[in-house]
Write a protein of this length. Structure first.
Length: 750
């Protein structure tokens, strides 16, 4: 099953505001197959640094699954439809919209006020710009989860504590760390464990709500232990230093300045009672190491004391090994009543980015867990995930009239810095009305031989205007690969050898090309997005069969920063522009993917390249894929509306059904006229004939399935003939427009 999110774009008309609303949850049955397996939820957007939590999303009494991915600060929601001992999750994106937009870096779901609904703890950097903790209380509204920001009696709405001089400050938690929120002193309310600002030791912030007579409905924290468990973490060894007696810190804490001087680079904490003795043990992950350390608490609820450790936990089975910076999570994912362990990487853009959820089944009980390794790709096995970065494009690679899907990426994580990047080809094995994609080539056109490059970004178009579709590919250093299609119009594409640094074009970093005849002179031009957020325009000054581009985008007739567009959002100096240009009844509109994960929409112009684009929507249809959005848009189901598949930094794809049409015209269709107009033959291969019921005067427009205007002719009388023998095979929309009517008819050209 493929899950589409409906995207309300409206009918785009030049210089008309777009009234977009957010709509979620519409599911379109479009299967995706990889290695013979039909994926359950291919279009989730992928995962890089997942943080899984249990929560009942729909108030049905069953714990569902929420995943926060710190790569882009993205929420993903899954409904639990499994039975005992059988995990079965359904991707349910409609619930993700109910999680706060302000969450960042880490999320922990806990019911702190004991009302039966999960509350949300998260880092405060995105909103308050401090290393603190924000809290949201959970409730149910209309049968679904809802959150409300909790205020505090402090300058900022973050958890406060008393500082050494008696004033208030925020409870400090690093934006890199993952803290533990649990009942550490066994009094019924939730406490917080986190590393000291200088690192090395763990601090316990005790919730004094019970002690002060408030029950569990308050969050009143005091620093009660500055060396919880007596351990000292050096980041020099995966083994921590242990204290000899309860209440003391490890010897090295006071005696060895070289250890104390090592700054704390980052750690993750998970508390659980692993031996059923009533106190909480600790699983520790560190940014320096690939394994997790199980620390046994031999003390009590009143005084934690770590007495033993397993630095390659679980060493009795298969040790969790996650390069780099592992984080452990404790939740029941297979519906057997016993909490299991999941382990994921916590280092953004610096660790494993494909098999990112290790699943350890608890074969015993929650009270005395015994973990057995099951797999390293839990949930990921049902998703499309290309590692880090994903840049999709539509293209009919086998000339069967159906649009296929080509995806470039940054590549998969390699521990020694090599780049494993390529183009992935998904053939559309469905029909004109029911697309289905199957991976048929995981190194399309052998681009992986250029292993010094990454962030491959494909764009298809007829650069040399010879009637067939050529290929440009952007890459990390800002130049372009070019492969000429030598097959000719209507034939199965045949690409010549790769040319690197095409026409010496260099936009700096992260080139993202698009091919379009922007000034409508019959020659295809090039727009190239780049890291800074500019869209660079390169005018084709050559001729048919011999394109020519001036490599300097800032020299006339080229225009630097096309349309005065810059996609960087201050104070950020980068914008990662990814342009898509569509022709809407002779007027260009522009969609632009951005670094912040949104997609902007600009109304355009009718061919004057020095005109500005007018911003229509800051966040098109509410789309936010986290970071580095890269849209591909086309009508892949022949319904006259454009579908949009969007790549992101996490390396997956998300899919949206839009209301944007191939034509977008202002006249209304005359009642019954569409049934009286004949368009034949259909399919056509040479000449397309349009026969009217009475003499009409207007224009005939022909759009390909990507929304591009490929033909525009005047028509008058009872019959009009259009030559289509030079067009590539595929599905097209014929639009007949007059002063009082507009009629569209889908046709197939062989």
């Amino acid at each position: 099953m493929k899950y589409f999110l409906p995207l309300a774009l409206g009918i785009i008309i030049a210089n008309t505001p777009l009234f977009a609303q957010d709509f979620y949850g519409n599911i379109m049955d479009i299967p995706v197959t990889v290695n013979g397996k039909t994926l359950a939820f291919p279009f989730t957007g992928g995962l890089n640094n997942p943080q899984p939590n249990e929560i009942d999303l729909n108030n049905d009494g069953i714990e569902d699954l929420y995943i926060f991915d710190r790569a882009g600060n993205v929420s993903l929601t899954f409904i639990n439809e499994g039975s005992a001992n059988t995990p079965d999750y359904r991707y349910a994106p409609s619930y993700a919209r109910y999680f706060p937009e302000e969450i960042s870096n880490w999320v922990i779901l806990r019911d702190f006020n004991d009302d039966g609904v999960m509350d949300l703890f998260t880092h405060a950097q995105k909103v308050e710009h401090v290393n603190g903790v924000m809290v949201y209380t959970g409730s149910y509204v209309g049968g679904r989860i809802s959150f409300q920001r909790l205020g505090f009696d402090y300058t900022l709405d973050v958890i406060p504590i008393a500082s050494l001089n008696g004033t208030q400050t925020q409870l400090y938690i690093s934006n890199v760390d993952y803290p533990a929120i649990d009942d550490l002193d066994c009094d019924g309310d939730l406490d917080i464990l986190t590393f000291n600002v200088a690192g090395g030791v763990i601090e316990l912030y005790t919730n004094m709500s019970i002690e002060e007579g408030y029950g569990r409905d308050s969050l009143i924290f005091e620093l009660t232990e500055d060396c919880w468990g007596g351990i000292f973490e050096t980041s020099i060894s995966p083994v921590v230093e242990l204290s000899e007696t309860p209440g003391d810190c490890a010897d090295n804490f006071q005696d060895e300045e070289e250890l104390f001087g090592v700054r704390h680079p980052g750690s993750t904490l998970l508390t659980l009672d692993g031996d059923n003795d009533g106190d909480k043990d600790l699983i520790l992950g560190d940014i320096t190491y690939t394994t997790i350390n199980y620390l046994e608490n031999g003390g009590s609820c009143e005084q934690a004391w770590i007495v033993d450790q397993d630095a390659a936990f679980p060493s009795y089975d298969v040790s969790a090994d996650v390069p780099v910076f592992p984080a452990a999570f404790y939740l029941d994912v297979n519906n057997d009543g016993a909490k299991d362990m999941l382990v994921s990487p916590n280092a953004v853009n610096a660790s494993e980015d494909e098999d990112v959820i290790l699943f350890y089944e608890n074969v015993n009980t929650t009270e005395e867990p015994q973990f057995e390794y099951r797999q390293n790709n839990f949930l990921i096995e049902e998703m499309l995930d290309f590692g880090t970065g994903s840049n999709p494009a539509f293209f009919d690679y086998n000339a069967d009239g159906l649009l296929d899907l080509v995806v470039g990426s940054d590549g998969y994580y390699e521990p020694f810095g090599d780049n494993d990047t390529r183009l992935f080809l998904f053939e559309n094995t469905g029909t004109a009305q029911s697309p289905a994609f199957e991976l048929v080539d995981d190194d399309y056109l052998m681009l992986s031989i250029f292993d010094a490059f990454y962030s491959f970004t494909p764009a298809f178009g007829d650069i040399d205007n010879d009637g067939d579709t050529d290929l440009l590919v952007g890459e990390n250093s800002g130049k372009l690969f070019y492969a000429e299609n030598t097959a000719g119009a209507g034939n199965v594409p045949s690409f010549a050898a790769w040319q690197y640094a095409y026409m010496d074009i260099d936009v700096g970093l992260l080139s993202s090309p698009w091919i379009v005849d922007l000034n409508r002179d019959g020659l295809s031009d090039i727009i190239v997005g780049e890291q800074t957020g500019n869209l660079n325009f390169f005018l084709n000054t050559g001729e048919v069969g011999a394109p020519q581009f001036n490599a300097d985008s800032g020299v006339a007739p080229n225009i630097f920063a096309l349309g005065n567009i810059n996609l960087a959002i201050p104070p950020d100096l980068s914008g990662n522009g990814a342009p898509v240009v569509l022709d809407q009844e002779g007027t260009y509109i522009l969609l632009a993917g951005m670094k912040d994960g949104n997609i902007r929409l600009y109304n355009g112009f009718e061919g004057a390249i020095d005109q500005d684009f007018t911003l229509n929507a800051e966040q098109l249809g509410g789309v936010d894929v986290g970071r580095r959005s890269h849209p591909a848009i086309a009508d892949i189901d022949n319904d006259g509306k454009l579908e949009m598949i969007v790549g992101n930094e996490r390396g997956g794809l998300e899919a949206f059904q839009t209301e944007l049409r191939l034509d977008s015209t202002t006249p209304t269709e005359e009642a019954g006229l569409s049934q009286q107009i004949s368009v034949f033959p259909n399919p056509a291969s040479d000449v397309l004939t349009i026969q009217f019921p009475y003499e009409l005067e207007g224009q005939v427009l022909l759009f390909n399935s990507m929304g591009q205007l490929v033909m525009k002719e005047n028509c008058k009388g009872l019959t009009h003939h259009s030559k289509v023998d030079g067009l590539a095979a595929g599905i097209y929309i014929v639009q007949i427009v007059g002063n009082e009517f507009s009629v569209t008819v889908p046709v197939v050209i062989k």
